[in-house]
Ligand binder design. Sequence first.
Ligand SMILES: [Ca+2]
Ligand SMILES: [Ca+2]
Length: 192
Amino acid sequence: MGNSKSGAVSKEILEDLKMNTKFTEVEIVQWYENFQKQCPTGRISKDDFEAIYGRFFPDSSAQTYAHHVFRSFDTNDDGTLDFKEYIIALHLTSTGKTTRKLEWAFSLFDVDKNGYITKSEVREICAAIFKLIPPQEVAKLPSDENTADKRADKLWSYFDKGENDRVAEGEFLKGVMENDGALRLIQYEPSK
Ligand SMILES: [Ca+2]
Ligand SMILES: [Ca+2]
């Protein structure tokens, strides 16, 4: 029990984060201090997370997507993000086309966490992604991806599966790594 109020990030978490992210010790320590200031309880609730996320998408609705992102980061399923979950989240969403990022994308699409992605899960996440896209950008999308369902159909076609089949993690990673089109459709990056 002793030093739990010391305010420093624990050695165990520090080592773990240094190993699992590209962040340096100095960065991690700094973020921990910020995290503690903004979040004295040491936990981010789902509502807080959705509010933070929403600020990045002022012209669209980020709540549904943020809900799924939160679920994918809350790895211990306790309904809050602790510092470690938060930093892993930052890391995964700020890096490029890495295997870890794609593994995270898989967990985002695997809504019921059963280790497989179904077409209906793809539809659900595509609908959430679609709400992130401001209307003026939707108007410019190609005709085969300008609705959530069309986007889901197009993305699903890269995995070469039937409507009722399911996609395992390895198949998902392979499909996305081998097809830039699929990589583009699993995410939405604001255009500026
Ligand atoms: Ca958690
Ligand atoms: Ca699933």
